[in-house]
Design a binder for this molecule. Structure first.
Ligand SMILES: Cc1ncc(C[n+]2csc(CCOP(=O)(O)OP(=O)(O)O)c2C)c(N)n1
Ligand SMILES: [Mg+2]
Length: 362
């Protein structure tokens, strides 16, 4: 099997797991995962630094799936790469108590970095995460000791870019030159109502360019080499956040439903699932099927992640030796421990005063 055959196998496995999860639940959004699978695959396979066996490793890259309606894609990625999310949970998508709720929730499922569902929210939370990372790096990093250098990656959708909150956050990210953000925009020209042209016709990349972002476009959402090259190019451009518009087809591969809003928010239907699997060259009778080669390829990320974390632990040990006080503080911050005697630093106020909170904090 060539590398590109293996890549294709993995992408189809991602698509089919997402399709099957939605079909079994008889509810959900298969179209977005089917279009986004190649960009998600190449991002996770070649760029994302994470350790599926330790989802809270501090210096991991953060991945945000901002269009949370497509979260079967995220659950599929988490399962395949070796997070604590058994296949049985994917088979209980959208069932009460499942680790796979209908929109991904922070704190409920290992590896989910933030709750998404309300469009615009994930994109905006990512800006907050990028600010936090810049602040931590400015405070803790020292020359030769870049202990905090993680990235914020995300997939964002038409609906995300339509939301006002995304414009506010996008504006701030550009202003602050948050070059630690790389967002892949699932530019599929379809949203819940149909073609986006019914409501949304401005040049999105020009809008982000005006906010101060570095923008790129990839014309074929199945071209993982082009997507990979665009991510590489983004990493090389400093001082700006990055957005890459990737032209995808919602519901890619479904003979009767791709490129329509029908595939946005309803299962494909049993017959269409089979036709789609046939079109992918997959066995139409198999459900939740993961070929061994695909699983082995995804699980390489778990092995790599362990090494990446171990390498970081070595770096942190050197930092701790050079800057013991800062290292102690870093650990306290991570654990949420306040410094001893912190209450002594609190101001006291005599009686009731006409004082704004803003001034009281000064
Ligand atoms: C703030 C907000 N408003 C409305 C919705 C309901 N909603 C869910 S998906 C969707 C359409 C999203 O379209 P797009 O982002 O293009 O996703 P795609 O159809 O391409 O999967 C809408 C309006 C929501 N999730 N959040
Ligand atoms: Mg869309």
């Amino acid at each position: 099997m060539t590398t590109s055959d293996l890549d294709r196998l993995c992408i189809t496995a991602l698509r089919c797991l997402s399709i099957d999860g939605v079909q079994k639940a008889n509810a959900g959004h298969p179209g977005a995962p089917m279009g986004q699978a190649p960009m998600a695959y190449v991002l996770w396979d070649r760029h994302l630094r994470h350790n599926p066996t330790n989802p809270t490793w501090m210096n991991r890259d953060r991945f945000i799936l901002s269009p949370g309606h497509g979260c079967m894609l995220l659950y599929s990625l988490l399962h395949l790469t070796g997070y604590d999310l058994p296949l049985a949970e994917l088979q209980r998508f959208r069932q009460l108590g499942s680790k796979c709720p209908g929109h991904s929730e922070y704190g409920h499922t290992a590896g989910v970095e933030t709750t998404t569902g309300p469009l615009g929210q994930g994109l905006s939370n990512g800006v907050g995460m990028a600010i936090a990372r810049k602040h931590l790096a400015a405070y803790f990093n020292r020359p030769g000791h870049d202990i905090l250098d993680y990235m914020i990656y995300g997939i964002v959708s038409d609906g995300d870019l339509m939301e006002g909150v995304a414009s506010e956050a996008g504006s701030l990210a550009g202003h602050l030159r948050l070059d630690n953000i790389i967002y892949l925009y699932d530019d599929n020209h379809v949203s819940i109502e149909g073609h986006t042209s019914v409501a949304f016709t401005e040049d999105r990349l020009k809008r982000f360019e005006a906010y101060g972002w570095h923008t790129q476009a990839v014309s074929d959402g199945n071209d993982i080499e082009a997507i990979h090259a665009a991510i590489e190019a983004a990493k090389a451009v400093k001082d700006k956040p990055h957005i890459i518009a990737i032209r995808t087809i919602i519901g890619y591969g479904s003979p009767n439903k791709s490129d329509t809003a029908e595939v946005h928010g309803s299962p494909l239907g049993k017959d269409e699932v089979k036709l789609t699997k046939k079109a992918y060259g997959w066995d139409p009778e198999k459900e939740f099927y993961i070929p061994d080669d695909a699983l082995a390829q995804f699980r390489k990320q778990a092995a790599r992640g362990k090494e990446q974390e171990a390498e970081w632990n070595t770096r942190f040990a050197a930092y701790e030796k050079a800057y013991p006080e800062l290292a102690r503080q870093f650990k306290d911050w991570q654990a949420g421990r306040l410094p001893e005697g912190w209450t002594a630093a609190l101001r006291t106020f005599a009686g009731v005063m006409a004082l704004s909170t803003r001034s009281a904090q000064a």
